[in-house]
Design a binder for this molecule. Structure first.
Ligand code: UN1
Length: 496
C-alpha cells in the first residue's frame, strides 16, 4: 500500500535526512495501515534546523508581541476548521479514540486563544529607584532558539503548550516530535504557517532520541530545552544540558492516586476512576494508576469497578463504539506485560485483564486488556512505578491520614484526586497532598491550559507549563534610566 512521505521542515523548506534514512509511522490499531514515512534525522539535520531558527530569530524577536499573537489567534481559528481531519490523523498514528483526539486538537485551540492574549501582556514590573530622577523596571526578553522534545500521548496538545508560549515571547523553535506521532506536529506547524508564521520560526526534525534529540539538547546555539516524556529520558536530558548550563523544563512521570473516602458519592468516584485509569488507554502522565479505597466502601467499589472494566470495549479508535484504543506500540505492551508479572510476583491479585489482546479485530494492533489489581500494598513496585498503560492498582486504607500518607509515599508528584463530601477533609487534602495538581470530586486527568501544569518530586524540575510557561520562555532584564543628567552613584557607593 502506498503511503505519504514527509520531510523535515528547515527554514521553510522540506529536506530528507542527510543520511537518507527514514522510518515508518504505523497505525497502532492496524499495523497494515502506514500513516507515513518520516526522516530519521541526525546531528547534521539538527545543525541545519538550529541555524535556520537562529537566522529567523534576528527578525522574529523584533515583531511586536501583539502581532506575533495574531498569528497564534489565527492558528486557533484554522485549527477549529481542521479539527476533524487532524483528530482522524491523530487517532491513526497514536490510537486513542476519536473523541479524545478531538479533545487533543481542542487543547491546542484553547492554548492558541489563551496564549494569543499573552501577546498584549508579557508583563514586567516597574519599581521605585533608591535614587532621585531615576526610573527602574524589569522587562521580559526572549531566549533565542529553543529546542522541544515532545511525547506521543498528546501529539498536538503538548507541542502547542511549548511552541505557542515560546513564540509569543519572541523565540524561534526546533521541535523533535516523538517518532510514534510526528504527523500531528506537521499538521500543527502547517496550520501556523497557513496562519502567517514566517519561514524558519518553527523547524521540525523527526527521528529518534539518541540521534536527533541528543544533538538538539547539546547544541551550543540552543538556549533552552523543553522536554515532556519519561523520567528515564528526562534524566539524560538534564545531565547533557547541565554541561553548558542550559535551562531545561522537564515534565515527566506520575503515579497518580485517586482517594475514595467512605462518604464519597460512589457512582461519581467510579466514573472518575474508570475515566482516569483507562482514558487514553492509561497513557497519560496524569492517568489514575492507584485507587486508594477506604475500608467501608472498598468491597463494593472494587466489585463495581472490575465489572465495568471488563465491559470496556477495546479496539480501533476510529470506531465510534470503541471506548479504549490500543497502546501506542509493542514496547508499551511489553512494559504492561512486565508490570503484570511483577505485580503477580509481589502477591497482588489480578482481578481482570493482565494480557495483550491479539485475536479477531485485535489481530493487527497493540492492544492490552484493561487491568485491575487488588490487594496491593503501598510498597509494591506496581504501586510505586509508572506503567503508562491500562493498569490500575487498588490499595485499601483505614483513616484519611493514612490515605494522604500512602498517596505521598512515592517518588512522583503530578496529579491527585479526592472523592468526599467532607469539606474539611477536602481542604486538608489540598494542603497536604504532595502534587502539582489536586482535584476534589473529579478524576486525576483533565487539566485546563490556563492553570499551572506540572508536578513536584521526580515529576519535574520545578517549572510549570500552562499559565506559567512564559516564565520559562523568557529571561528578565533589569533596566535603569537615569534622568538627573549627572553621575548618580548607587546608594551602596555613596555610603558615608
Ligand atoms: C500528559 O499526559 O502528558 O490533564 C498531559 C490532562 C491533559 C494533559 C495530560 N490535559 O490529563
Amino acid at each position: 500500500m502506498s503511503h505519504k512521505t514527509y520531510l523535515n521542515l528547515i527554514g521553510g523548506e522540506h529536506y530528507p535526512a542527510r543520511s537518507g534514512k527514514t522510518f515508518l509511522n504505523l497505525n497502532p490499531a492496524d499495523h497494515s495501515d502506514v500513516v507515513g514515512e518520516f526522516p530519521a534525522s541526525g546531528s547534521q539535520d539538527v545543525d541545519a534546523a538550529v541555524a535556520a531558527a537562529k537566522k529567523a530569530f534576528a527578525t522574529w524577536r523584533l515583531v511586536p508581541a501583539p502581532k506575533r499573537a495574531e498569528i497564534l489567534y489565527r492558528t486557533g481559528q484554522l485549527l477549529q476548521e481542521r479539527k476533524e481531519q487532524y483528530a482522524r490523523d491523530m487517532t491513526r498514528e497514536m490510537g486513542k479514540v476519536l473523541a479524545e483526539t478531538r479533545g487533543d486538537v481542542q487543547e491546542a485551540i484553547d492554548e492558541a486563544f489563551y496564549v494569543a492574549g499573552e501577546g498584549r501582556r508579557l508583563f514586567g514590573k516597574t519599581t521605585p529607584s533608591e535614587l532621585q530622577n531615576k526610573f527602574a523596571m524589569s522587562i521580559r526578553m526572549p531566549l533565542g532558539v529553543v529546542g522541544m522534545i515532545t511525547p506521543w500521548n498528546f501529539p498536538m496538545a503538548i507541542p502547542s503548550w511549548k511552541l505557542f508560549p515560546a513564540l509569543v515571547s519572541g523565540n524561534t523553535c526546533v521541535i523533535k516530535p516523538a517518532e510514534d506521532t510526528p504527523l500531528s506536529t506537521f499538521n500543527l506547524v502547517q496550520t501556523m504557517i497557513d496562519a502567517g508564521l514566517p519561514p524558519g520560526v518553527v523547524n521540525i526534525i523527526t527521528g529518534f532520541g539518541p540521534d536527533a534529540g541528543a544533538p538538539l539538547v547539546e547544541h551550543r546555539d540552543v538556549r533552552a530545552i523543553s522536554f515532556t516524556g519519561s523520567s528515564e529520558v528526562g534524566s539524560i536530558v538534564a545531565q547533557r544540558a547541565a554541561a553548558n548550563f542550559k535551562p531545561i523544563s522537564l515534565e515527566m512521570g506520575g503515579k497518580n492516586a485517586q482517594i475514595v473516602l467512605d462518604d464519597a458519592n460512589l457512582d461519581l468516584a467510579l466514573d472518575g476512576a474508570l475515566w482516569g485509569a483507562f482514558g487514553t488507554t492509561g497513557q497519560r502522565c496524569t492517568a489514575t494508576s492507584r485507587i486508594l479505597l477506604q475500608k467501608g466502601i472498598a468491597k463494593e467499589f472494587t466489585e463495581r469497578l472490575v465489572e465495568r472494566a471488563k465491559k470496556l470495549r477495546v479496539g480501533n479508535g476510529l470506531d465510534a463504539a470503541v471506548e479504549v484504543g490500543p497502546q501506542v506500540n509493542e514496547q508499551q505492551i511489553e512494559t504492561s506485560k512486565k508490570y503484570v508479572a511483577i505485580a503477580l510476583a509481589e502477591g497482588a491479585e489480578l482481578l481482570t485483564g493482565g494480557v495483550p489482546l491479539s485475536e479477531g479485530t485485535h489481530l493487527n494492533g497493540t492492544f492490552f486488556a484493561p487491568t485491575v489489581f487488588g490487594g496491593v500494598t503501598p510498597q509494591m513496585r506496581i504501586a510505586c512505578e509508572e506503567v503508562f498503560g491500562p493498569v490500575v492498582s487498588l490499595i485499601e486504607f483505614d483513616t484519611f491520614e493514612q490515605a494522604i500518607q500512602i498517596a505521598n509515599s512515592i517518588d512522583y508528584g503530578l496529579s491527585t484526586a479526592l472523592y468526599t463530601k467532607d469539606v474539611n477533609r477536602a481542604f486538608a487534602a489540598i494542603r497536604d497532598l504532595e502534587a502539582g495538581i489536586t482535584y476534589i470530586n473529579a478524576p486525576t486527568i483533565g487539566a485546563e491550559v490556563h492553570l499551572p501544569f506540572g508536578g513536584v518530586k521526580q515529576t519535574g524540575n520545578g517549572h510549570r507549563e500552562g499559565s506559567e510557561a512564559i516564565d520559562f520562555y523568557t529571561t528578565w532584564k533589569a533596566v535603569y534610566i537615569d534622568y538627573s543628567d549627572k553621575l548618580q552613584r548607587a546608594q551602596i557607593d555613596n555610603a558615608e
